[in-house]
Design a protein around this ligand. Sequence first.
Ligand SMILES: C[S@@+](CC[C@H](N)C(=O)[O-])C[C@H]1O[C@@H](n2cnc3c(N)ncnc32)[C@H](O)[C@@H]1O
Length: 187
Amino acid sequence: MVIDRVADAAARHDVAQEDRLDRWRVLEPDAGRFLWFLVQAVEARNIVEVGTSRGVSTLWLADAARATGGRVTSFDTDPAAQRDAAASLADAGLAGHVDLRPDDGGRGLAALGAGEVDLLFLDAERTEYPSWWPHPVRVLRPGGVLVADNALSHPDEIAPLEELLRRDLAAVTTIPVGKGELVARRA
Ligand SMILES: C[S@@+](CC[C@H](N)C(=O)[O-])C[C@H]1O[C@@H](n2cnc3c(N)ncnc32)[C@H](O)[C@@H]1O
C-alpha cells in the first residue's frame, strides 16, 4: 500500500534528523484509520487539511473522500513536501480527489467561506493555531468537525487551541489514538 510505503520512508528519514522541523512527522496508522472513519461517519465532502508534509494523512483523507464523493484541500508551506505528496497520491490513484495548495494554512482558512467545511484537520505548527482564530471554527458547517493531531504528545502546545474550542464549541474531547486526536464538533 502507498500509505505504508510513505510511512516506512518517513520512519527511515526522521530517525536521521536532529532538527524536529526537518522530520516529516507523518500521522500514526491508527490515527489515520480514525480520520478515514470519521470522514465517512460525518459524510464529509469538503475536507480541509493544514500540514500535508509527504501526504500520509492526505492519503487517508483522500481515500475516505473517494468514498463520500468529496474532495480534500491540503495546505503546506513546503512546496517540495507537497511535490512528494502529489507523487504518492498519483501512485495511489487519489490525485483526482485532492487540491494541494502551497500556502500558509492560516491564510488559506481565512480565505474560505463561512460554514463551508465539513471536516478540518490541523497537523502543522501547533502554536500557530490560536493566531488563526476565528477561522478554524468560522469555516465549519453546523455538525462539522475539527480534528487536531498531537493532543497527547504535546498537550502544552495544544492547550490554547483546546481552550478556544471549549469556549466556542459544545462537544470537545481527545481520542487516544496515535499521538492523540483533539476533536470538536460545531453544533
Ligand atoms: C507534522 S507535519 C504534517 C504531517 C502530515 N499531516 C502527514 O501525516 O504526513 C507538519 C507540516 O506542516 C507544515 N506547516 C507548518 N506550518 C504551516 C503553516 N502555517 N501552514 C501550512 N503548513 C504548515 C510543515 O511544512 C510540515 O510539512
